[in-house]
Design a protein around this ligand. Structure first.
Ligand SMILES: [Zn+2]
Length: 290
């Protein structure tokens, strides 16, 4: 599965918080600066042209966690058996402890661990950090708002002394001039994984899978600002070579040919029709998981 790069898919995304759902990815450690709010959004340095700015960021690890959870739910709903990665005793991680070789670990791992990895098996999916787009970076701070929160006494239903706090949140720009750019890359994918990932992506873009802090308070529902751009490529004469190892991809005539010189691969940029065909065939493919 890893000794040779056979195929590759890259999904470029433009994310925004939904209008009614602010986003809060919390800063790791509390700031000692008294002018900062009690809970601040996570920021990181990023180069924009000749400037280096500190801007709100959605870490790839946060995206990965939400996508894994949504992908697992999708598999469970299709009656695939998935391990509980948080339970050492029963998860696929125990394969390593049992002294199995790579083939043994792969065959005993569940579909979620096969794609996202475990401590016993390397994952084949990567999530880039999501940064504000270059064209909207000057307006990003206007999307960061300050909200007050307070804990209530369970006896009097009035605010508890000293329990008031302020938190920053990122909201959607009223004219959609600001969005977050990111990409997901999947290596040596099987068709089941690519189509399952596309399905998960649309769950995420519909606000079903939420990101960050306070999701039960309505935070973290995201939208895709435009249809995701998916590019897939493989090493070899043509993409139909993939069909030797995975079920045939239902190509559409509108898929645009591309080449990825640095990987020595050729491929296609998928049209919306191919997305739809992949989604339609997903349940059928899940039934064929070996
Ligand atoms: Zn597992």
């Amino acid at each position: 599965m890893w000794s040779r790069l056979k195929n590759w898919a890259k999904i470029d995304l433009r994310l925004v918080p939904r209008v009614d759902s602010p986003l809060l990815i919390k800063e790791g450690a509390g700031s000692i600066d008294p002018s900062r709010p009690d809970i601040a959004v996570h920021r990181a340095l990023r180069r924009y042209g000749s400037d280096i700015l500190k801007v709100p960021v959605i870490p790839g690890s946060s995206l990965r966690g939400v996508f894994r959870q949504a992908y697992e739910q999708l598999l469970i709903s299709a009656e695939c058996k998935i391990c509980d990665i948080s339970q050492n005793e029963t998860s696929c991680m125990k394969g390593k402890e049992a002294g199995k070789d790579v083939e043994g670990i792969w065959s005993s791992s569940c579909e979620a661990c096969r794609l996202f990895g475990s401590t016993a098996l390397k994952g084949r999916i990567e999530f880039q950090d999501a940064y504000p787009c270059e064209t909207g970076v000057e307006e990003i701070e206007s999307c960061v708002i300050l909200r007050s929160g307070v804990a209530l006494s369970r006896k009097t239903q009035s605010p508890l002394n000293g329990a008031k706090f302020q938190q920053e949140m990122v909201v959607r720009h009223p004219k959609d001039k600001v969005w977050f750019d990111t990409s997901i890359t999947i290596l040596n994918f099987r068709l089941l994984e690519l189509s399952g990932l596309i399905r998960t992506l649309f769950d995420f873009g519909s606000g079903y899978a939420r990101l960050g802090h306070g999701t039960s308070r309505g935070n973290g529902a995201m939208a895709l600002i435009e249809f995701p751009s998916i590019t897939i490529a493989c090493r070899g004469k043509n993409l139909e070579d993939i069909s030797k190892e995975v079920p045939p991809i239902p190509w559409d005539e509108e898929d645009k040919p591309i080449s990825v010189p640095f990987l020595g691969m050729s491929g296609r940029k998928l049209s919306k029709k191919t997305h739809d065909l992949l989604l339609k065939n997903w349940r059928e493919m899940v039934g064929n998981v070996g």
